[in-house]
Design a protein around this ligand. Sequence first.
Ligand code: F6R
Length: 264
Amino acid sequence: MLVILKRDDEEISRQAAQLIASGIHKKPALTLGLATGSTMVGVYKQLVHLHKQGSLDFSRVITFNLDEYLGLAAAHPQSFHYFMEENLFAHINVNPRNVHIPDGTIRGNYDQYCASYEESIRKAGGIDIQLLGIGRNGHIGFNEPTSSIGSRTRLKVLSKETLDDNAKFFAPGEESPRCAITMGIGTILEARKIVLLAAGAAKSAAVAKSIEGPITSAVSASALQLHPEVTFIIDDAAAAQLTQRDYYHRVLEMTALLTPDRLG
Ligand code: F6R
């Protein structure tokens, strides 16, 4: 596990975009796992900037998003389809045929649909780099506390904390979704490389538990400790409750010296 401590949201976005860009430079047909949410906005801005500068080509990149709200069509402004289009896809040269986001409008045979999403990931050769945010309750994707560490893509009921966090994005009186389709923790752990970003004080407890606490289904992101190649990129406020910050800085210095490739 590599913990990269940065000053603010701007710096974590730059670092994450650099890691992704270097992944695409090494493997132009990279399979990229994507997340949505406020933490991702800056990263996608940076990626769009690199693309517009002419230094980043997405034409062969394949993408798989982590999750989508159940009941929201792609055109709904709060859907993750809409978010991805607005913040990234409309501004880069990704081939729409290579874009995969769980369909929030499916009805009925959810298990079959989720199995087919997993199958498309397998057919694409698995995910090379998975980008993650983290919820205040430690969720990754919509794997809410008590999600099984071996879980696969499935229908998931959202926790009270997540519902509260989301309510502000929906119009007054509009009911926000109660469920989502999400990749499982087991699905996420199969990615070759994982990059988790966290910014802001509200995330500091979840970040500390995920990195320095025990592996527990009570904090889904703690399962990332089982992964051989995970990088946490965290700003000062989100890192405030970590007790080993000096050590992470020293590891980073040595990484830059000995294996700079890991930093993008
Ligand atoms: C979204 C997702 C979620 C978010 C998390 C943090 O696709 O998978 O796990 O990454 O809720 O969201 P923000 O960045 O809005 O705090």
